[in-house]
Design a protein around this ligand. Structure first.
Ligand code: FAD
Ligand code: NAP
Ligand code: SF4
Length: 675
């Protein structure tokens, strides 16, 4: 076999009793399929694809060791022998594909979304309406036994090991940290006693499962909460966990309640690898770097610089199950990169929906959305090379159809060409790179710079016509809407409109927020400035001190921006479940004023006149940027129908309201799978 393109990534890792083929750990990711027995065949198919794609070691989503440790009512649990059977479907599928899998044992403690929660103390988490019951000493012993029992059952179910979830603010973390552990018995009061819960769990699991079973411990290395554990104590914990029998130490960054983003797209790539690097020389077991590692060169760099022994990736393997195989073959351009949007994975988990992936709708739908070779190849025209059209064309061609893709613009990507210009959304360019390669590889004829008309489509003799023509920005109708101060977001992002020092943004949807960010952030740089980002969010560069936090020092904006909406209530309420708070906090830090319940009275030379709660106000702005939503663009539909054709509508051309790339890509892919 040829030498791998990324030698450090593909160096085997010996664990004493077994050898991992490469340095990729597929990190734990809650998919929702773990929670229902009937979904285990789907879960097995999901893991099997990733195993076939060459991942060396995988970790399941969190499974609680008992009922009080549930994440939510009826969430995944393994505490009785009769619960083993369904897990065997998963472990056999993974082993048949030549990989290994560990079960993550996650006791939610006070993060459990149900009334039975328990914790080290009776302190309620700020993100949970349920108050935990403080465990008695006997209760603590019972939790330790539950972890051990769960690990023993995991071994019986065929797992190659377990990962003990000791970070992210879950139960073990609640014992470790002085901010949540107020006990004065043998389980709290001093650092040694606070860490006793974690150490006893690891020690007793090792005793119960024997030496030849992988025991990963996810260590909370940077808590990012006020009063969080400082570095010296974290090192003590790592050493004690190693001595207690852990095989591998994985990195945990942040608690769920912390107010610093840790995995969103605006977090610079590998921003936290330095934390793992700091621990590595202090322990003897392999350590794993995590968070925002999504491309082979990033992973290889971490390993080559000796910052970690393995890299953990969860979402990047949702996005592309063949990630490892493509990296192994030296074809990074073929990787469907995770853009860290959270829209179909983490947002779904928090909305009680099955996880999937915005750029790969087959994730967790492996048995249902299948791209089989077509038995009757057809000639297909796809009009519009935005996310919906690119996906449809690429999948249809992959299945053997002859596809012509038209776009009026000289480049593919549609609105993603705007999205990628927003500071903190640079990753969106990776999706354009991926589709650029895929369209070419699958032989799609690309007719770019062509605003195709109905006549040409009819003359082309296509068997199927797909209209993926997207949207047209909605115009506003208030007095002065045609004043030179009033411009569209498209002109602003594309740099065609000169924007003054004070700006009103009309419309506070996803695009309004992005435009406000565009106006107040310094221009995007090709490589995100990690130090600047840390200063903005108040993370210490040396990752030391309580929780690794410092006073945030956001760079002031040179522009004054107002972000407005007509609906009453807090703007930004409809932004992503797990990322909306980041956008709201980022704009607040830059001094952007957000207003709901606004009536637009008109624009004139003096600025924008508005009425809020019956009070008229003049916003003395130089520019008014309209981000008032969109209407479907489907001018080709009527003439094609009049000519007897039945074109397919996907993406914004179908429905513009509530449109996002998740829906556009899923629609494109499902239509192409059905041709
Ligand atoms: P479009 O992307 O609009 O593509 C339509 C294409 O059709 C265009 O390229 C157009 O040139 C072409 N076309 C139209 N008529 C013709 C014709 N007659 N002949 C040839 N070509 C034609 N979504 C998310 O999910 N997450 C985000 O974080 C996000 N951020 C965004 C940020 C910004 C600044 C913007 C503007 C959008 C963002 N979106 C985001 C929205 C997302 O980009 C859209 O939902 C998605 O692009 C819609 O895809 P589409 O394929 O339906 O249409
Ligand atoms: P949007 O979310 O529908 O927001 C449109 C905004 O314009 C609303 O604030 C609306 O609020 C206002 N508006 C609507 N009609 C108006 C009118 N006639 N006059 C004045 N204001 C009007 O649309 P968008 O912001 O353009 O985003 C489009 C899609 O892209 C969204 O559906 C979103 O999912 C997606 N997107 C997602 C992200 C993300 O981070 N996930 C980012 C960007 C875009 P009022 O009616 O209250 O004024
Ligand atoms: Fe990554 Fe977004 Fe897919 Fe989640 S939905 S795996 S964040 S690309």
């Amino acid at each position: 076999m040829d030498a791998p393109a990324y030698p450090h990534l593909f160096a085997p890792l010996g664990l004493g009793f077994c050898t991992l083929p490469n340095r990729v750990l597929m990190g734990s990711m809650h998919t929702g399929l773990e929670d229902r027995s009937r979904d285990y065949p789907r879960l097995a198919a999901y893991f099997r694809e990733r195993a076939e794609g060459g991942v060396g070691l995988m970790v399941t989503g969190g499974v609680s060791p008992n009922l009080v440790g549930w994440l939510k009512p009826f969430a995944a649990k393994l505490s009785w022998p009769w619960e083993i059977h369904k897990h065997r479907i998963v472990t056999s599928a993974v082993h048949a594909a030549g990989s290994r899998i560990c079960l993550q044992i996650l006791h939610a403690g006070r993060y459990g979304y149900h009334p039975l929660t328990v914790s080290a103390s009776g302190l309620q988490a700020p993100i949970n309406p349920f108050k935990p019951r403080k465990l008695s000493s006997w209760g603590v012993e019972r939790q330790v036994s539950a972890y051990v029992n769960c690990a023993r059952l995991a071994r019986e179910a065929g797992y190659d090991g377990v990962e003990v979830m000791g970070s992210e603010g879950y139960l073990i973390n609640q014992f470790l940290s002085a901010r949540t552990n107020l006990r004065t018995d043998n389980w709290g009061g001093t650092p040694d006693k606070r860490m006793r819960f974690a150490v006893e769990i690891v020690r007793r699991i090792r005793e119960a499962v024997g030496a030849d079973f992988i025991l990963i411990y996810r260590l909370s290395m940077l808590e990012l909460v006020p009063g969080g554990t400082a570095w010296d104590e974290i090192v003590l914990q790592a050493k004690a966990i190693e001595a207690a029998g852990a095989t591998i130490i994985n990195t945990g960054i942040g608690w769920h309640e912390s107010r610093v983003p840790t995995i969103a797209t605006s977090v610079p790539r590998a921003a936290f690898a330095g934390v793992t690097a700091k621990l590595k020389p202090l322990v003897g077991v392999p350590v794993v770097a995590t968070n925002r590692i999504n491309m082979p060169e990033v992973a290889e760099g971490i390993l080559a610089r000796g910052e970690a022994d393995m890299v953990s990736m969860a979402r990047p393997l949702l996005a592309d199950p063949q990630w490892v195989a493509k990296a192994r073959a030296g074809r990074p351009e073929r990787i469907n990169t995770c853009i860290a949007c959270n829209q179909a994975c983490l947002d779904h988990a928090f909305e009680n929906k099955t996880a999937s992936c915005l750029v790969n709708p087959r994730a967790c739908a492996e048995t249902d959305l299948v791209y089989r070779p077509s038995s009757a190849p057809r000639r297909i025209a796809v009009v519009g090379a935005g996310p919906a059209g690119m996906t449809c064309a690429s999948v249809a061609a992959e299945r053997g159809h002859r596809v012509t893709l038209f776009d009026a613009a000289p480049v593919i990507g549609g609105q993603f060409n705007l999205a990628r210009r927003i500071p903190g959304k640079e990753e969106f360019a990776e999706t354009l790179r991926y589709f650029g390669d895929a369209l070419q590889r699958h032989g799609v004829e690309q007719r770019l710079g062509v605003r195709v008309g109905a006549d040409e489509l009819l003359a082309g003799g296509f068997d199927e016509i797909v209209l993926a023509t997207g949207i047209t920005p909605r115009k506003v109708a208030f007095p002065g809407a045609s004043h030179p101060k009033v411009v569209s977001y498209v002109d602003v992002i594309e740099g065609r409109a000169a924007i003054g020092a004070s700006v009103a943004v009309v419309g506070a949807g996803g695009i309004g927020y992005d435009v406000a960010e565009f106006l107040v952030q310094p221009p995007p740089s090709p490589t995100l400035d990690a130090m600047r980002w840390m200063a903005d969010w108040g993370v210490r560069a040396d990752f030391d001190g309580p929780g690794g936090l410092r006073r945030p020092e956001p760079e002031p904006s040179s522009r004054k921006v107002w972000l407005l909406q007509r609906s009453a209530g807090k703007p930004g309420a409809r932004l992503g479940k797990t990322t909306g708070w980041i956008h709201r906090a980022a704009l607040k830090a830059k001094g952007v004023v957000t207003l709901g319940g606004v009536e637009y009275l008109g624009v004139d030379d003096a600025g924008l006149r508005i009425r809020v709660a019956g009070v008229d106000t003049l916003l003395p702005v130089d520019s008014v940027v309209v981000c008032a939503g969109q209407e479907p663009l489907r001018a080709l539909l009527a003439p094609l129908q009049a000519a007897g054709k039945s074109p397919h509508l996907i993406g914004g051309a179908d429905v513009a309201a509530e449109l996002d790339a998740k829906r556009a890509i899923a629609q494109g892919s499902r239509l192409a799978a059905a041709f």
